[in-house]
Design a binder for this molecule. Structure first.
Ligand SMILES: *Cc1c(COP(=O)(O)O)cnc(C)c1O
Length: 355
C-alpha cells in the first residue's frame, strides 16, 4: 500500500493465475496449456530474418494474421480483432462496450477474470447460478443488462452450451451484447463464429493459448461485426498501438495455417480426455461431461479434493483446486499426454488404496 494508490488499485482483488513453478519433472495439469508443442511451422517462421526485422515496429493491425483468421472462419477481415492474449481482448471489450453502460451478467461458477474486469472498469455485475447439475442455461439470463459474458465450454466445469441456445439468446436480447469466450471451443464445442455475420450483438473471443499451444506467445482475438471491431480498435489505438509483436504475429499465422497439425493435436487431447474420464469414473470419481481440454472431477468420499491435490503435488503432479462455494469438492485436471495421464491415474489409484 502506498499513498499514491488510486481507489481502484486499493480496492481491486487482482486475478490470481495458476502457478508456473520451476520444478524439474513436474507433470503440469493446472493451467490448461497444450501438452503438445505448437505446429512445427511456428519454429520455421521464427528464423534469422524474423529476428533481424525486430528492429522495426510490427504491423499495428497484424493484417496478415487477421486475414488468416478471416479466411479460417470465413469472415471479412474487418470482422476480426487481435490482441495480446484473449485476456487483453476481454479487458478491451469491457472498456469499449460495458463500462458505463449498465450491468453485466455471468455465471456464478465461471472464469474468475470477469469479476476482476468488472471491478477494474467499475461495471456492476450480477451472477446467474448454474443449474444444480452445473449446466449453463441461457434461459436464466433474463435480467436487463448491457452485457452477458460466459465461456463456452464453461470453465472450470468443461460443460458446453449448444449453438441454437446462443442464437435464441441473441434473438431475444437484441440490445444486450453477448460475449462468448471460446477459449476451449476447439475440443468439442460448436463455435458461435458462424453467427457473427447475422447478429450485431455477439462477440466471439478465442485464444491461441490452449488448442494452438501458444500460451507463451500471448495471442487472442475477437470476431464480430465491423462496428464492434471498430470499437475495440478505438480502445486499442488509445492504449497500445502494437499489442502483438512481430514474432507473435508470425507464429500465430503459421499456427492457424497448419490445420492438419491442429486437428490432430485436438483429436489426441479429446481421445485422452475420454480415456481418463472412464478410468477416473471406474475409480469412483464423479466427472462432469467435458467438451474442453480439462476435466472437472470429484474424488470418491474417501479423500477430499483439497487433500488429493496436495498429495498429487508431493508426487510432482499439479492440478487446480478452487476453494470456492459449490466447487470445493472438485479438481480441475488438464488433459496431458497419454504418458502423463497414465502416471496421474497410477498415482491416484495408489493414493486411494492408502486412503
Ligand atoms: C485461458 C482462458 C482465457 C485466456 O486466454 P489467454 O489468451 O491466454 O489470455 C480466457 N478465457 C478463459 C475462459 C480461459 O480459460
Amino acid at each position: 500500500m502506498s499513498k499514491f494508490w488510486s481507489d481502484v488499485v486499493r480496492e481491486i482483488e487482482p486475478y490470481v493465475p495458476g502457478e508456473q513453478p520451476k520444478i524439474a519433472g513436474l507433470i503440469k495439469l493446472n493451467t490448461n496449456e497444450s501438452p503438445y508443442p505448437p505446429s512445427p511451422e511456428v519454429a520455421k517462421t521464427i528464423d534469422r530474418d524474423a529476428v533481424d526485422q525486430l528492429r522495426l515496429y510490427p504491423d499495428p493491425n497484424a493484417s496478415e494474421l487477421s486475414q488468416a483468421l478471416a479466411d479460417y472462419y470465413q469472415l471479412d477481415v474487418g470482422q476480426v480483432f487481435v490482441g495480446n492474449g484473449s485476456d487483453e481482448v476481454l479487458a478491451q471489450l469491457f472498456m469499449a462496450f460495458l463500462q458505463g453502460r449498465g450491468t453485466v451478467l455471468y455465471p456464478d461458477i465461471s472464469y474468475s477474470f470477469y469479476p476482476v474486469y468488472c471491478q477494474l472498469f467499475g461495471v456492476p455485475a450480477k451472477t446467474i447460478p448454474l443449474r444444480e447439475d452445473f449446466s449453463l442455461a441461457l434461459a436464466d439470463y433474463s435480467t436487463e443488462a448491457a452485457g452477458i459474458i460466459f465461456p463456452n465450454p464453461n470453465a472450470p466445469t468443461g460443460m458446453g452450451v449448444a449453438l441454437d441456445e446462443i442464437e435464441q439468446l441473441l434473438k431475444a436480447r437484441p440490445d444486450t451484447l453477448v460475449v462468448v469466450d471460446e477459449a476451449y471451443i476447439d475440443f468439442g464445442g460448436e463455435s458461435a463464429a458462424s453467427l457473427v455475420s447475422r447478429y450485431d450483438n455477439v462477440l466471439v473471443v478465442q485464444t491461441f493459448s490452449k488448442s494452438r499451444a501458444l500460451a507463451g506467445m500471448r495471442v487472442g482475438f475477437a470476431l464480430g461485426q465491423r462496428s464492434l471491431i471498430e470499437g475495440l480498435e478505438r480502445v486499442k489505438n488509445s492504449f497500445n498501438s502494437y499489442p502483438l509483436d512481430r514474432l507473435a504475429q508470425r507464429a500465430a499465422t503459421a499456427a492457424i495455417q497448419d490445420d492438419d497439425y491442429f486437428k490432430a493435436s485436438c483429436a489426441k487431447v479429446v481421445a485422452t480426455r475420454d480415456r481418463m474420464t472412464s478410468r477416473l469414473e471406474a475409480l469412483g470419481f464423479t466427472v462432469l461431461p467435458s467438451q474442453a481440454n480439462f476435466i472437472f472431477a470429484k474424488p470418491p468420499a474417501a479423500v477430499s479434493a483439497e487433500t488429493l491435490a496436495a498429495q498429487l503435488r508431493e508426487h510432482k503432479i499439479l492440478v487446480r483446486y478452487f476453494n470456492r462455494e459449490r466447487i470445493s469438492d472438485y479438481l480441475r485436471i488438464t488433459v496431458g499426454t497419454d504418458e502423463q495421464i497414465d502416471t496421474l491415474l497410477a498415482v491416484v489409484e495408489s493414493l486411494l488404496k492408502g486412503a
